[in-house]
Design a protein around this ligand. Structure first.
Ligand SMILES: *Cc1c(COP(=O)(O)O)cnc(C)c1O
Length: 316
C-alpha cells in the first residue's frame, strides 16, 4: 500500500549540455544533449518519465502494488523497482527467459521486487487475453503496467519533457531549437514528445530494432488516443543489424564519445541513436546552423552487463 501520498516525478531543472565532437564541428550543426541519464542515480532516463503517470494512476486506484514485465536487463523494471523502494510500493516483475543473475536482476532483488521467471514461451503469452488472470488472482488489486511503461499514460509522462526542454534552453545558451532526435524502441517516448510539441518542432526517432509496421502503428495509435495529428515526426533505422547486436565500430564510438564528448552512451539505444545522427549530419541532411536536441534516454544501468562484450570487440 502507498505508505503516504508521495508526489511522483522530477521537480528539478533538466540538464541540457552542448555537445562538442569532431564530426559535429565540421558540419556547423549544433547539438545539445538532454541528459535524462543524470536526473537521478536510480530513477533516470525515459523510463522514469514513462512511469510517473502510471504511478499516479495506481495511487488513485489505491492499488496495493504494481506489476510489470521485462527482460533480465530491463531499464523499465529497474526504474519500477527503484520507484517501489523509493516510495514504499510493492512491485512484481514478470521476467522473460530462465532465472539468471545480471547486474539488473541483482538490483531488482535488492530493491524488493518480487520476481517470476516466465521462460520464453510463457513470456510470449503476455499478449493473450487470459495472460493476466493468474497474476490478478495472485496479486489482487495490483496495477498492471504495460511492457516498457508504454500506453497513453507512458507517452503523456514524456510529453511533459517538452516544456522542460524549453526552460532548460537558456542553460545551453540557446533561445530555440529546430528538431529533437532520440532513440525509439516502442516509440512511446517519441509519441509523447510529438504530443508535447504540438507541431512546433520535428521529432526524429532512431529505431533500436529493425523497422516494423508495429512501431509505426503503435505511434499512430498513441497520437490518435491523444487527439493529435499523425505527423511532425520521422522514424529511421538505427539498428545496425538488429536489436541488441553490437559491433566494433559501435564499441569504439561509445569509447570516443565518452572520452572526447563527456557523454556515456549505452550500446542498445543511445549509442546507435547518436551514430545514426552522425550519419545524417555527415550526409548533409541538416543545414549548417541547425540546432538539435539529442535526448539521452538513459539505459546506462543496462550497459553494465555488456561491458565485457564491448571490450572484447575493441580488443579483438
Ligand atoms: C526503453 C528505452 C528506449 C525506448 O523507449 P520507447 O519509449 O519504447 O521508444 C530508448 N532508450 C532507452 C535508454 C531505453 O531504455
Amino acid at each position: 500500500m502507498f505508505s503516504s501520498q508521495p508526489r511522483f516525478g522530477f521537480d528539478g531543472q533538466l540538464i541540457l549540455r552542448p555537445l562538442s565532437l569532431d564530426w559535429l564541428q565540421q558540419s556547423g550543426v549544433e547539438v545539445a544533449v538532454l541528459r535524462l541519464d543524470l536526473v537521478d542515480h536510480e530513477l533516470s532516463g525515459n523510463k522514469w518519465f514513462k512511469l510517473v503517470k502510471h504511478l499516479e494512476a495506481a495511487q488513485r486506484a489505491r492499488a496495493p502494488g504494481l506489476i510489470s514485465l521485462g527482460g533480465a536487463h530491463s531499464n523499465h523494471l529497474h526504474a519500477l523497482a527503484a520507484a517501489g523502494r523509493r516510495f514504499g510500493l510493492a512491485t512484481v516483475g514478470l521476467l522473460r527467459g530462465q532465472e539468471q543473475d545480471t547486474p539488473t536482476v541483482t538490483d531488482l532483488r535488492a530493491w524488493g521486487m518480487q520476481l517470476h521467471w516466465l521462460g520464453y514461451g510463457g513470456y510470449r503469452d503476455r499478449n493473450l487475453p487470459t495472460f493476466w488472470e493468474r497474476w490478478r488472482a495472485q496479486y489482487p488489486g495490483f496495477y498492471c503496467i504495460p511492457e516498457g511503461g508504454g500506453g497513453l499514460l507512458g507517452a503523456m509522462g514524456c510529453a511533459e519533457l517538452v516544456p522542460r526542454v524549453r526552460s532548460a534552453l537558456a542553460s545551453a545558451g540557446w533561445d530555440n531549437y529546430d528538431a529533437i532526435w532520440l532513440a525509439a524502441g516502442t516509440g512511446t517516448t517519441l509519441a509523447g514528445l510529438v504530443i508535447g510539441e504540438a507541431g512546433q518542432h520535428r521529432v526524429f526517432g532512431a529505431l533500436a530494432g529493425p523497422p516494423s509496421h508495429a512501431v509505426g502503428a503503435g505511434v499512430a495509435d498513441l497520437l490518435a488516443q491523444a487527439g493529435v495529428p499523425d505527423r511532425g515526426y520521422e522514424l529511421l533505422d538505427a539498428s545496425r543489424g538488429g536489436f541488441g547486436r553490437f559491433d566494433k565500430e559501435l564499441a569504439l564510438f561509445i569509447l570516443s564519445t565518452e572520452r572526447d564528448g563527456g557523454v556515456p552512451l549505452d550500446p542498445i539505444y543511445t549509442a546507435k541513436t547518436m551514430m545514426a545522427l552522425r550519419l545524417y549530419i555527415g550526409r548533409g541532411y541538416f543545414p549548417s546552423g541547425t540546432r538539435l536536441i539529442f535526448v539521452h534516454t538513459g539505459g546506462l544501468q543496462g550497459r553494465r552487463a555488456a561491458q565485457g562484450q564491448l571490450r572484447k570487440l575493441i580488443d579483438g
